[in-house]
Design a protein around this ligand. Sequence first.
Ligand SMILES: Cc1cc2nc3c(=O)[nH]c(=O)nc-3n(C[C@H](O)[C@H](O)[C@H](O)COP(=O)(O)O)c2cc1C
Ligand code: SF4
Ligand code: SF4
Length: 272
Amino acid sequence: MADIKVWAMYFSPTGTTKKIVTQIANDVGAYMGVKINTLDFTPPMVRNEGQSFSQNDIVIFGVPVYAGRVPNILLKYLSTVVGGGAVAVPVVLYGNRNYDDSLIELRNILQNNGFKTIAAGAFVGEHSFSKTLGKNRPDEKDLKVAKDFAHEIANKIINGNIGNIPVKVRGEDPIRGYYQPRDRKGNSIDIRKVKPKTNNKCNNCGICVKVCPMGSINSENVSEVIGICIKCGACIKKCPQEAKYYDDKNYLYHKEELEQEFQRRAEPEIFL
Ligand SMILES: Cc1cc2nc3c(=O)[nH]c(=O)nc-3n(C[C@H](O)[C@H](O)[C@H](O)COP(=O)(O)O)c2cc1C
Ligand code: SF4
Ligand code: SF4
């Protein structure tokens, strides 16, 4: 297996997707006897560069679930990634609510780009909006599932069990619309224009500017969000001073509803 390359490729503003994808890739790499390559397309500049794979590549490919789907801001970039006959394992991370049609959507994207999807997984990560929903997930139990999953993926590859049939996953096809948050009366809640604010604990360290996947925080004035905010939570969760916060009523209402409604522990699901 000398010229095989194993890749961890992910978009991961708050690090949960990175954690699972890296674990799976590391373990698949260990079974194959190779070190992994990493392609983190969270920084906006990386998504300006093309990426092509070939038959020797095995790509563990992860994105978080946004509104039950693949984050729509990634669709343009994802359509440019060339599979070239590489093996791919689509992986989604969701915040303990549901992954809806995101996994089937990611599988279809990869398959259409010329990857062979031989396995897939949906894992749980702490919700981008919350410190309690899916708190500290993925945890040890999730990592154990990821480890066993990697073993199964490696076995499939070593046994030459790679066909052209896309891995069967849970979800509907044709894919349903984006999940729509609603208030108690059933009216939809629109948080698209909401942006985080900054309090006076900020010491101008600049971390939020670096971690924003949209490049939207003004480096001259970090309290200013100059571009699109996708509510990814990176600037809030990674600020060492806890200086970033939301005060939008609709956003806070939706976050609290999610925290109350989805307290049960959702478990990872794998497909082989
Ligand atoms: C805009 C947005 C929408 C989200 N929609 C969902 C969802 O529909 N279902 C769910 O369970 N989690 C949802 N989440 C939570 C993330 O999928 C989850 O926290 C994930 O682990 C974040 O990945 P990351 O740590 O790699 O950024 C959403 C997060 C954001 C920012
Ligand atoms: S990460 Fe926090 S403390 Fe650092 S510049 Fe941003 S808001 Fe300020
Ligand atoms: S400004 Fe918005 S998009 Fe940028 S890191 Fe913060 S939450 Fe994410």
